[in-house]
Design a protein around this ligand. Structure first.
Ligand code: G3H
Ligand code: 13P
Ligand code: ZN
Length: 326
């Protein structure tokens, strides 16, 4: 196999049909980040066993960590593993938060079936131009493109109208028309990482801005929307991390009922990374604390992988509604 390969040669699918079905069925496709073998095995096992379509996604950092050629073969292996399990689930390999045309091009050339070009930090017209350029290249190979409008809040930002980093609904129609993107990531109050909201004593998590989502849906009806920063930061895992020597005070995420509501709307893709990281860290800490003499990585990574399968099944079945849809 040469350096340039089309995603269909790897047995991968793009997101077009996945999103059309998710939109019609009122559920969302899970997009799980992976960086290593155990994460990918857990994603494929859980999605095959729950018959869920899946997007396996890699960030620029993951690509640097795992090596781009290794990743391509891991994706091929993921497809083969699912088929060996007797599962025909569609699997999409997606670039998460691509930050340049060149990176997107390189991923497309190496077999990705979907890329995100994240121009959300750029002035509007520059975001349009960059996104358009990626779309023109990607569509030549039937690769789908996710764009982004609005900037996700960081922990240091106030999630408030004054600092409006929310997606501006009045821009979406023009953006989608000018760029030709296949899906649009929006900002309605989620953020990346394990510390999504700064809560004072007794405060609960503020609701996502469903009013903005509804206004976006009204302006671009039937268009696939993507929700980033959608980890729930499961408190049992945070507690386990803290119990076994970690320090993650105040870690909090998006409540599951809000994600279920989003999944039943035009949100067709829900991005989850931090929850997977938390499971792995919690289980590795627990295992090593309980087995101080153990030094076989298969033991502690195996424990983490097993728990990750459990979490992903739960999300597919109870949160995103993607189980049984493949
Ligand atoms: O949105 C960011 C993803 O969680 C990936 O994070 O850049 O640390 O791999 P990363
Ligand atoms: P979380 O940090 O909430 O898991 O979000 C992941 C994400 O949006 C990846 O693009
Ligand atoms: Zn993201």
């Amino acid at each position: 196999m040469g350096n340039t390969v089309h995603f269909s040669e790897l047995g991968l699918a793009n997101t077009r049909e996945m999103f059309a079905k998710a939109m019609a069925g009122g559920y969302a496709i899970p997009a799980y980040n992976f960086n290593n073998l155990e994460q990918l095995q857990a994603i494929i096992t859980a999605c095959a066993e729950t018959a869920s379509p899946v997007i396996i996604q890699v960030s620029k950092g993951a690509r640097d960590y795992a090596n781009q050629t290794m990743l391509r073969y891991m994706a091929m292996g993921a497809v083969a593993m699912a088929r060996e399990m007797g599962s025909n689930i569609p699997i999409c390999l997606h670039l998460d938060h691509g930050d340049s045309f060149e990176l997107c091009q390189s991923c497309i050339d190496s077999g990705f079936s979907s890329v995100m070009i994240d121009g959300s930090h750029l002035p509007y017209e520059e975001n349009v131009a960059l996104t358009r350029r990626v779309v023109e290249y990607a569509h030549r190979f039937d690769v789908c493109v996710e764009g982004e409008l609005g900037v996700l809040a960081g922990i240091e930002d106030e999630v408030s109208a004054e600092h409006s980093t929310y997606t501006r609904p009045e821009e979406v129609e023009d953006f989608v028309k000018k760029t030709g993107v296949d899906s649009l990531a929006i900002s309605i109050g989620t953020s990346h990482g394990a510390y999504k909201f700064k809560l004072k004593e007794g405060e609960s998590v503020p609701p996502l801005r469903f009013d903005i989502l509804e206004e976006i849906e009204r302006r671009i009806p039937g268009f696939p929307i993507v929700l980033h920063g959608a980890s729930s930061v499961v408190q049992d895992y945070v507690a386990l991390i803290n119990q076994y020597g970690g320090r993650m005070d105040g870690a909090v995420g998006v409540p599951e009922d809000q994600l279920r509501r989003a999944a039943s709307s035009a949100v067709c893709k829900i991005n989850i990374d931090s929850d997977g990281r938390l499971v792995v860290t919690a289980k590795v800490r627990e295992y090593l604390a309980q087995h101080p003499g153990e030094f076989d990585p298969r033991k502690y990574l195996g424990a983490a992988r097993k728990e990750l399968v459990k979490l992903i099944k739960h999300k597919n079945i109870n949160v995103l509604g993607s189980a049984g849809r493949a």
